[in-house]
Design a protein around this ligand. Structure first.
Ligand code: IMP
Length: 215
């Protein structure tokens, strides 16, 4: 049994498509750590959720990245959506020749065990060490410092696309300005979007690894 630490039931339903009854909701609003990449935020959340629940947990963190802005807004997507708004993000991108973007999601798994943690599912060689160093720096209790960071396994899902002028009424967040294969996410039906979504891709990778690890 895995607990998905999220207050969003839509995410739980999406996770069930990949993990069936193996996943249950953990209604735990973990304190979000600020960091410039999604993996660090998700890993920190997974450790906090595991410490809270004492059971295997997954946590996800997602966002929009715009290549020409070095990945902005990334982990700050929700803040940028609430402050600048998506229309103004489009106007920033509009002036650029390169409007490539991507939705990214990192699913972090923690069960307190010593499995071969991180980095290979996320495509950055030093990811595990970087997270370990960041976690050591942010440990707030002696116990955490002595224990060191709990191993976390990371799974990244990416959907590449293009930033465009807003179109469509569906979805949420940056969906109207994100075009995939000629259609914005806001112009798609929910099922259509879920079938290609960054979260779905990360969850599918996790489900595959988890099924293997269970054997
Ligand atoms: P969360 O980590 O899933 O809560 O997403 C953080 C923020 O990223 C959201 O508030 C949105 O601004 C943005 N975001 C993440 N996924 C999507 C998506 O599928 N469509 C549109 N915006 C998204």
């Amino acid at each position: 049994m895995i607990r998905f630490a999220t207050t969003n039931e839509g995410k739980l339903h999406e996770a069930r498509e990949y993990l069936d009854e193996a996943v249950r909701q953990l209604d735990f609003d973990y304190p979000e750590r600020q960091a410039d990449d999604l993996a660090t935020v998700a890993a920190h959340g997974a450790r906090a959720a595991y410490r809270h629940a004492g059971e295997p947990v997954i946590v996800d963190d997602s966002g929009l990245t715009i290549e020409t802005f070095d990945g902005f807004p990334g982990p700050y997507s929700s803040y940028v959506e609430d402050t600048l708004g998506i229309e103004r993000v489009w106007h920033l991108a509009e002036r650029e020749a390169d409007r490539a973007g991507a939705f990214r999601c990192v699913v972090a798994y923690c069960d307190g065990g010593e499995f071969a943690a991180t980095p290979e599912p996320v495509d950055r060689e030093r990811r595990g060490q970087d997270i370990a160093a960041a976690e050591r720096a942010s440990a707030t209790t002696d116990e955490q410092v002595q224990e060191g960071p709990l191993p976390v396994k990371l799974f990244e899902g990416v959907v590449p696309g293009t930033i465009v002028a807003p179109r469509g009424d569906g979805g949420f967040g940056f969906d109207p300005i994100f075009e995939y294969d000629g259609t914005t996410f806001a112009e798609m039906e929910t099922d259509e979007k879920n079938a290609i979504s960054h979260r779905g891709r990360a969850l599918a990778k996790f489900a595959e690894w988890y099924a293997e690890a269970e054997r």
